[in-house]
Design a protein around this ligand. Structure first.
Ligand code: PHE
Length: 471
């Protein structure tokens, strides 16, 4: 893909009496894709996708996940990018500007997004902290052992030590804050443009290693041979939640990124590219993990501990295992970085645009709030392990409220807004870049899905999640 320079920094529409201000934005089409893909690709691909595929029956789960992705999360992604680009504002202001009547509270979609960003960051920075700790530990000394008891002890020591957990979470937060302070084009875009290709290269290297192990074929079969008897309503729901989380939709991340898109960016095309690349990363992550897991006789369904307990044991069993452990941890750290940048941009852009704080101050305030609030998640395996709300630790609670409630609720209202409130003429105008792109068929398909299919599917998932209906 050639790197075509797109628009100049966008102007915020002038408010009465104030001159328009320049707004930072992505500067090239390639940068737009890198940043958006950077948001989508994350621990979701490396930590959630493989472990959920492993526990829910392999390929059958992937097929259901794909259906949810195409019918729900891609349309919601297109919606968010479109609305963000039209309003050229943070997630809350976007809905205030686009709402047909000022009295209608559509801005609550953005407010719920800011809340979701805080909740997700609280636990996400903790898992990312473990990943960063593993990079340091793998480089500094041998943490590998063929005995899963021993690798389990290493992980257990890390997550139950309050000091170590907090320290790594704050290191991660500081790292993300520094990039955010640099700005949208000089920070986020520049960083993701460098990191994304590195991620693909490392992933392919680890994949080749895993696939050339004797017995690797069992892992490949596990990934690609669907066992439909495993598909239950519960599996469907898990897949839908993952589809939201994976493409970072339903909470204003893509609205905020869309506000930095150039006017000549093809939004439906970009969304499809990002979805396909993100899916490739998930499948490659599966191909890096499962063949090795099978080759060394480990179980594929050990859940989230797959990454931190099973993999070190798998790597210990292969030649140059230490090297591959380092490589894989760096890969996970890169993936987590792009996702966290997009999460943090949601509150930072809001604070910088709507309060007197400048970007640096807004980032520092978000950092401090998150360091304090995130600590409740970081300590939920140690000091706060016994504090449970609705039977869940803070860590699990934040994951549940955000992925299972706020994202689908946000997605539902986004679909309703685009399909029933904003209306077809505006949708067509925006997604065709004012008639420049000849993509009317795609827009029509999108519109039907966003009007009927997506809201109904999301509603079913939500009601089931709340226990109000049973399939
Ligand atoms: N998509 C990211 C991942 O897969 C997580 C994320 C969710 C990022 C929501 C931003 C918003 O890891």
């Amino acid at each position: 893909m050639s790197e075509i320079e797109s628009s100049t920094p966008h102007e915020i529409p002038a408010q009465a009496g104030t001159p328009p201000t320049k707004r930072d934005s992505f500067t090239s089409k390639l940068g737009v894709i890198a940043a958006t893909l950077g948001s989508a690709v994350g621990l979701g691909n490396i930590w959630k996708f493989p472990s959920m595929t492993g526990t829910n029956g392999g390929a059958a789960f992937i097929i259901i996940y794909l259906i949810c992705t195409l019918l729900v999360s891609v349309p919601v992604m297109i919606t968010e990018l479109m609305l963000g680009r039209t309003a050229r504002a943070n997630a809350i202001t976007t809905y205030q500007r686009l709402s047909p009547k000022k009295s209608q509270p559509w801005w609550l979609i953005g407010a719920s997004g800011v809340l979701a960003a805080f909740l997700i960051l609280a636990f996400y920075t903790e898992v990312a902290g473990w990943v960063f700790a593993y990079v340091a530990k793998a480089i500094g000394g041998n943490i590998l052992s063929t005995d899963p008891e021993a690798t389990s002890a290493v992980f257990g020591k890390l997550i139950t030590s309050p000091g170590e957990s907090l320290m790594w979470q704050w290191i991660v937060l500081a790292w993300i804050s520094l990039i955010i302070i640099l700005g949208v084009s000089k920070g986020i875009e520049r960083m993701t443009k460098r990191l994304m290709p590195a991620l693909f290269v490392i992933l392919v290297i680890v994949c080749v290693r895993s696939l050339t192990l004797p017995g690797a074929i069992d892992g490949v079969e596990f990934l690609f041979k669907p066992d439909f008897s495993r598909i239950t309503p519960g599996v469907f729901l898990a897949a839908m939640g993952l589809a939201f989380f994976k493409l970072s939709v339903g909470m204003g991340t893509m609205t905020t990124y869309g506000s930095y898109y150039g006017d000549d960016q093809d939004i439906p095309g970009s969304a499809l590219k990002v979805m396909l690349s993100d899916l490739s990363v998930s499948i490659l992550a599966g191909l890096a993990i499962f063949p090795a897991v099978f080759a060394f006789g480990f179980k594929p369904d050990s859940g989230p501990s797959l990454l931190f307990i099973t993999l070190p044991a798998v790597f210990a069993s292969m030649p140059f295992g230490q090297f591959f452990m380092i490589l894989f941890s760096i890969l996970a750290a890169i993936a987590a970085t792009g996702a966290m940048l997009s999460l943090m941009e949601v509150p930072v852009s809001y604070l910088a645009e709507r309060t007197k704080l400048n970007r640096t101050q807004a980032t520092i305030l978000t950092f401090v709030l998150l360091a304090a609030f995130g600590a409740t998640a970081a300590l939920s395996n140690s000091l706060l392990a016994d504090v449970k709300i609705a039977g869940k630790t803070f860590f699990d609670l934040y994951d549940f409220i955000s992925s299972s409630l706020l994202l689908p609720i946000g997605g539902f209202f986004l679909a309703v807004f685009a399909g029933w409130v904003w209306g077809y003429p505006k949708v067509r105008d925006s997604l065709s870049n004012h008639g420049v792109l000849k993509n009317e068929k795609a827009i029509k398909a999108y519109y039907q899905i966003v009007r009927y299919v997506a809201p109904v599917l999301i509603l079913l998932v939500l009601l089931n999640g709340l226990g109000l209906i049973k399939w």
